[in-house]
Unconditional design. Structure first.
Ligand code: NAD
Length: 408
C-alpha cells in the first residue's frame, strides 16, 4: 500500500515546483510542526486495563489554530495522521478560513467497546493532549467513528482540566452542546455552490445535465436533493450494496422512502439496478463520488464518461487515475475544494463559540456561499495561470497562502 504521507509530500513537491516555492519554506512544510504520540490506558468493563495508542498531528498554524478531526480506527497510523493533517492545512487554506491543519486518531476498533469504555477512552485521550489544544491553539472535530456525543465528552473533560469554559476547543458538537445550525448539510451545500460556479465556466444548463452520485449518506444524500432542487437530472444514486439508474432521471422521493423503509435499493419500479463500479462508468455529465476513498483508479479511469467529476468524498481518486483523467481532459473539482463546506461551517461553529454568538441555519448557509464561490474562482484562475489540473491549482493556491504567513 502507498504511504499516505509520502503521497502528501509528492503533492507538496509538485506544487512547490510549479510556484517556485522558496526552498526554506518548502523544507519547513515537509513536516508537521508537532506530533504527539500518547498512551491511552482504559479500564475495560471486565476490570482489565487496555492501553491504546493515540496521535495528534499539528501540521501548520500560520493561518490560525490547527483544525482537524479525530479518527477511531484500527488502521490509524502516524503516517496516516500526518498526511491527513497536511491535507487539512491545504483544505483550510484553499477556502481561506483562519485555520491551520491538524488531525488525530486512536488505533482502536471502537465498535468492540461498550459505551462506558468509549467514554473513558475519549476522556483519557484528552487528558493526554489537553496542554496542546484549546480554542486558540488546536481545535479537533469528529472524523471516522467519532460522533457529536464523543465531542461533548471531550469538551467536558478539557474544561474540567482547565477549570473554565472553552466551548470552541472542539467542533462537531451537538446543537444543544454549542454545535452549529446548518452543519449537517454544510458539506453538500458547499459542493452545490461550487458546482453552480463550474456550470457557468462549462456553459452548461442544469436541466440538460445528467448527474450520477456514488453514496447517499450525509454528503451524497443531501447532494442529490440539493442538486435536484437546482434542476439537475439525477440519473444514478447508490449505497454500499449498489445503485439505481434511470437515464431519464430518478424520482428521488420514491427512492429515499424505499431506502428508509427497506434499507436497500432493490425492488424499485422503473429503475435499473447497477453495481457501484458500473455507476462510475455511466454515460453522465457529472460524476459525484460521495462515499469512499480510492474509487477511481488506474483500472477504471479510462472508462469514465463524465466530463466533470466533483469529489465530495475524501480521496476518491488515486494519483495514477488523476493523471489519466487529466490527459483525457476531464475537469475534476478536487476534494480539498469541493467538500470544504464542512470544515468551513466547523470554523463557523468555533467562531460562534469564541464570540458567544448563535447563527440560524439560514445565516450559516448564506455565509458559506461567498467563501465557496471565491475559493472556486481563485482555484480556477490558478489552474488557468499555470495550465494545471484543478487539484494542483488548489494546492498551489493553498501553499501560497500558508507560505505567505511563515516567518523565518
Ligand atoms: P456516511 O457514512 O453518511 O455515508 C456514506 C455513504 O457511502 C453511504 O450511503 C454508504 O452506503 C455508502 N458506501 C459505503 N461503502 C460504500 C462502497 N464500498 N461503495 C459505495 N458506497 C459506499 O458518510 P458521509 O458523511 O456522507 O461521508 C462520505 C464521504 O464524504 C467520506 O469520504 C467523507 O470523508 C467525506 N466528507 C464528509 C464530510 C461531512 O461533513 N460528512 C465532510 C468532508 C468530507
Amino acid at each position: 500500500m502507498q504511504n499516505p504521507f509520502e503521497n502528501a509530500l509528492k503533492q507538496l513537491e509538485k506544487a512547490a515546483n510549479i510556484m517556485n516555492l522558496d526552498k526554506n519554506i518548502h523544507a519547513i512544510l515537509k513536516q508537521p510542526d508537532r506530533v504527539l504520540t500518547v498512551a491511552v490506558p482504559v479500564r475495560m468493563d471486565d476490570g482489565e486495563v487496555k492501553v491504546f495508542t493515540g496521535f495528534r498531528s499539528q501540521y501548520n498554524d500560520s493561518l490560525g489554530p490547527y483544525k482537524g478531526g479525530i479518527r477511531y480506527h484500527e488502521n490509524v497510523s502516524l503516517d496516516e495522521v500526518r498526511a491527513l493533517s497536511f491535507w487539512m492545512m491545504v483544505k483550510c487554506a484553499t477556502v481561506n478560513i483562519p485555520m491551520g491543519g491538524g488531525k488525530g486518531g486512536i488505533i482502536v476498533d471502537s465498535k468492540k467497546l461498550s459505551e462506558g469504555e468509549l467514554e473513558r477512552m475519549s476522556r483519557e485521550y484528552i487528558r493526554k493532549i489537553w496542554r496542546e489544544i484549546g480554542s486558540d491553539k488546536d481545535v479537533p472535530a469528529p472524523d471516522m467513528y467519532t460522533t457529536p456525543k464523543i465531542m461533548g465528552w471531550m469538551r467536558d473533560e478539557y474544561e474540567k482540566l482547565i477549570g473554565k469554559s472553552d466551548p470552541g476547543v472542539i467542533t462537531g458538537k451537538a446543537i444543544a452542546d454549542g454545535g452549529s445550525e446548518g452543519r449537517e448539510q454544510a458539506t453538500a451545500q458547499g459542493g452545490v455552490y461550487v458546482t453552480r460556479e463550474l456550470m457557468k465556466k462549462m456553459n452548461w444548463r442544469a436541466a440538460d445535465t445528467k448527474v450520477a452520485i456514488q453514496g447517499m449518506g450525509n454528503v451524497g444524500g443531501f447532494m442529490a436533493k440539493l442538486l435536484a432542487k437546482d434542476g439537475f437530472k439525477i440519473v444514478a444514486l447508490s449505497d454500499s450494496k449498489g445503485g439505481v439508474y434511470n437515464p431519464d432521471g430518478l424520482d428521488l422521493d420514491t427512492i429515499f422512502v424505499h431506502k428508509e423503509k427497506t434499507g436497500s435499493l432493490t425492488g424499485i419500479d422503473g429503475v435499473q439496478n447497477v453495481s457501484n463500479a458500473e455507476l462510475l462508468e455511466l454515460p453522465v455529465d457529472i460524476l459525484v463520488p460521495s462515499a469512499m476513498e480510492n474509487q477511481i483508479t488506474v483500472d477504471n479511469a479510462a472508462n469514465i464518461k463524465a466530463k466533470v467529476i466533483v469529489e465530495m468524498a475524501n480521496g476518491p481518486t488515486t494519483p495514477e487515475a488523476d493523471e489519466i483523467l487529466s490527459q483525457r481532459g476531464t475537469v475534476l473539482v478536487p476534494d480539498v475544494l469541493a467538500n470544504a463546506g464542512g470544515v468551513t461551517v466547523s470554523c463557523f461553529e468555533w467562531e460562534q463559540n469564541v464570540k458567544n454568538l448563535k447563527w440560524s441555519e439560514d445565516e450559516v448557509l448564506t455565509k458559506l456561499k461567498p467563501i465557496m464561490v471565491a475559493a472556486f474562482n481563485e482555484v480556477w484562475e490558478t489552474k488557468e495561470k499555470y495550465n494545471v489540473p484543478m487539484r494542483t491549482a488548489a494546492f498551489v493556491k493553498a501553499i501560497e497562502r500558508v507560505a505567505g504567513k511563515i516567518k523565518i
